[in-house]
Design a protein around this ligand. Structure first.
Ligand SMILES: Cc1cc2nc3c(=O)[nH]c(=O)nc-3n(C[C@H](O)[C@H](O)[C@H](O)COP(=O)(O)OP(=O)(O)OC[C@H]3O[C@@H](n4cnc5c(N)ncnc54)[C@H](O)[C@@H]3O)c2cc1C
Length: 493
């Protein structure tokens, strides 16, 4: 009998911060000194380096700068609180890029592709070693990442990447699994074969974000939370001298004059003139179950690996140290003109699709209670790779476009951006070919929004039909392939 109970159990996204961040904030000690250090900016201030955005990218950049430029005055402006954005709301997958190898090879060639993927592996490891060294309990578990086929249409999606890894002598980084090998890690009636990446981990995302904030404050970084950067002037290629950033907060307006600026605004960058055309914003939602350690044992999922299916609008799920499942869905909605509003946080339909994914994967867990649901924006580039670079004039550097996979890459992003802001172009990270590889522009609004929306609806319809063993409609199939036909590396073939 079909179960028509609300898969969200009445839980609605958007009413509160994510479970991860609530859990972390509740455990934080009152920090009177830090409260003063993180009060909103009012009046005039000066910085050597100003960082816009206090998520992982901004915080890793600040920390790296304390090493590259000791004594520099580093100031972070954060519109909310550090970790209030996707850095405190994501699924906590810390994955490498070996599954992306064919795309990297096509763009950068064999050896640079391997160099980039190795740098992301190093970023995965850094999160573990840095957390341990700095007393940050971010529940880092280095247990690998499993991609599964959850429908015949998804079979072998990983083959090209697995073969590329074999050809380049890195077969241990990403290799295929038979259905029995998948079943030895987790049992699901819809899982088929798969592929495994041993060099991947999971974290409690909010704990990582707030841990980075604490250590940044300890190292003398100034953080103004609840302070929105409204724009900047003086950054033209032809002008010399510092950049002036105007800010606003509930306590008043301010200005920050800085020699170097780092933009670490994630999807919010889509509303800023230099970046809007290179990004499509999209929502993603996560739902979290009650603790069910015994039920995890029943389905054999006790190894702590993260799992994702091979849909374009993928489902991804991981377990937590107290035996919950967090499952996310990439089938959210497109945003208009870079505006990040309620559809990114309050969309019940997208959260419900994530919960339905859990039921489909594990029908035996249908009775398990959902404790929380939340969403956030992701910033998608034409080829799903982040974009790092410097604007003309040489004083504004940026790292955006993680396309929903930013936990590990933002560590690398921090290294790159700190090197650019410190003028250390000799730094190995700044020399990666990712730097300055400008993504293809998307059409202007309203075509970008309308195209993304039409594409999303077609692709969701196509993938749901494929999972149900039905032929997708010709129209949905044709529309879902349009981005690739136009040269964007988005969507299924
Ligand atoms: C639901 C969801 C699940 C995800 N799951 C995963 C996952 O499992 N694994 C993975 O690798 N990635 C995942 N991601 C993506 C990942 O969270 C991001 O790529 C990553 O957090 C980006 O970090 P960031 O610092 O660049 O951006 P953010 O964390 O978004 O930080 C940007 C900050 O800028 C602030 N801001 C915005 N405008 C202004 C302004 N004008 N002035 C000052 N501050 C401003 C925002 O408040 C925000 O805090 C997920 C994303 C979402 C939404």
């Amino acid at each position: 009998m079909p179960d028509d109970r609300d898969p969200l159990d009445g839980v609605r996204p958007g009413g509160a911060r994510s479970f991860w961040l609530r859990e972390t904030l509740a455990a934080e000690l009152p920090e009177p000194a830090a409260d003063v250090a993180t009060r909103p900016l009012t009046g005039a201030a000066r910085a050597d380096v100003a960082i816009l955005g206090g998520g992982y990218t901004g915080l890793w950049t600040a920390l790296r700068l304390t090493e590259l430029a000791p004594g520099a005055r580093i100031v972070i402006l954060e519109a909310d609180i550090c970790g209030g954005g996707p850095s405190g709301r994501n699924g906590g997958f810390v994955t490498g890029w070996w599954d992306e190898l064919p795309g990297l090879i096509a763009r950068f060639g064999d050896s640079e592709a391997v160099r980039i993927a190795r740098a992301v592996d190093e970023a995965v490891e850094t999160i573990g070693t840095w957390s341990a060294a700095n007393g940050v309990d971010a529940a880092y578990r280095h247990q690998g990442f499993l991609q599964v086929s959850a429908a015949p249409a998804q079979d072998g999606v990983w083959t090209e990447a697995v073969e590329a890894c074999e050809r380049l002598g890195v077969a241990d980084r990403w290799h295929a699994l038979t259905s029995d090998e998948v079943g030895a890690r987790v049992r699901s009636p819809v899982f088929r074969e798969g592929a495994f990446m041993p060099g991947a981990a999971t974290v409690q995302p909010g704990a990582l974000a707030r841990g980075l904030r604490r250590v940044a404050l300890e190292r003398g970084v100034v953080i103004h939370e609840r302070t929105r950067a409204r724009g900047y002037s003086g950054a033209r290629a032809t002008s010399s001298g510092p950049v002036t950033i105007t800010t606003s907060s509930a306590e008043g307006d301010g200005t920050l004059v800085a020699d170097q600026v780092v933009i670490a605004l994630n999807a919010w960058a889509a509303a800023w003139p230099s970046f809007g055309r290179r990004l499509v914003t999209w929502s993603s939602y996560v739902v979290l179950t009650e603790p069910i350690p015994d039920r995890l044992a029943e389905i054999g999922w006790t190894g702590g690996e993260g799992i994702a299916d091979a849909r374009f609008t993928l489902h991804y799920a991981r377990t937590t140290t107290d035996g919950r499942i967090a499952i996310g869905g990439g089938g959210g909605r497109a945003g208009f003109g870079g505006r990040i509003g309620r559809p990114f946080t309050h969309d019940v339909g997208s959260a419900r699709r994530a919960a339905e994914g859990l039921r489909r994967w594990f029908p035996s867990l249908t009775d398990v209670r959902i404790d929380d649901a939340w969403g956030g924006p992701i910033d998608i580039t034409d080829d799903h790779r982040p974009w790092f670079g410097t604007l003309p004039g040489g004083r504004i550097h940026f790292g955006i476009g993680y396309s929903g996979n930013g936990v590990a890459p933002s560590v690398l992003g921090g290294r790159i951006l700190a090197a650019l802001a410190a003028g250390r172009r000799d730094d190995e990270a700044a020399g990666l070919p990712l730097v300055g590889a400008t993504p293809r522009a998307f059409p202007p609004e309203p075509f970008r929004y309308l195209g993304a929306r039409m594409f999303r609806e077609a692709i969701v319809r196509r993938e749901i039909a494929e999972e149900a063993g039905r032929r997708p409609s010709r129209l949905a199939h044709a529309i879902s392939r349009i981005p690739r036909q136009l040269g964007y590396h988005l969507g299924p073939d």
